[in-house]
Design a protein around this ligand. Sequence first.
Ligand SMILES: N[C@@H](CCC(=O)N[C@@H](CS)C(=O)NCC(=O)O)C(=O)O
Length: 200
Amino acid sequence: MKLYTFFVAPNPTKVNVFLAEKGIELEREIVSLPEGGQRTPEFLARNPAGRLPVLELDDGTYLTESLAIIEFLEELHPDPPMIGTTPVERARARELERICDLGVLLAIARIVHATNSPLGLPPQPEIARSFREILERNLDVLDPRIGDGPFVAGDRVTVADCTLWAGLAFGSWRSVEIDPRYENVAAWRERFAKRPSVAG
Ligand SMILES: N[C@@H](CCC(=O)N[C@@H](CS)C(=O)NCC(=O)O)C(=O)O
């Protein structure tokens, strides 16, 4: 298997943090997004959507969509479990991951690309404003859910932590910070930053 990936970009980062938490080693090929590596005919043959991450399977086919890649690898490497262990735990991990992805990571990515795009996209103040509202609405929901943690879904690291980390890290890289009034999110971030999967 081979993972096509890039640094900092949030969806690839989500998978990279998951792999590091699991201790899974995979061959990687870096596709430079700023240089347009995702738009070459060679890459579009792997993923016609022109997006990362992409996992090349041993049979030569390709798997796209970060969460599908994560769920596939979770089934191949169930330990340590990163999507809970009971039906309720698994549902909670997935519920929170969706909030972190659709409500936080995606909103931050939209704000970044509308204000300070590393891909050189033009500024779009209206889009940025609208996604700032979406981000705040989702942080209003997420912050109390995280509570004292220690992790997003409680006592165990899950895929929700990988997604939230990837989203916040991408925002910080391009000066999109979350409001400090989200104290549980801020405290979670400080705790998670110490984990070997993301530290250094
Ligand atoms: N829903 C997809 C989103 C993938 C995605 O948007 N990837 C971004 C990087 S975070 C990308 O490759 N962007 C390149 C481009 O838009 O040209 C997933 O979860 O994998």
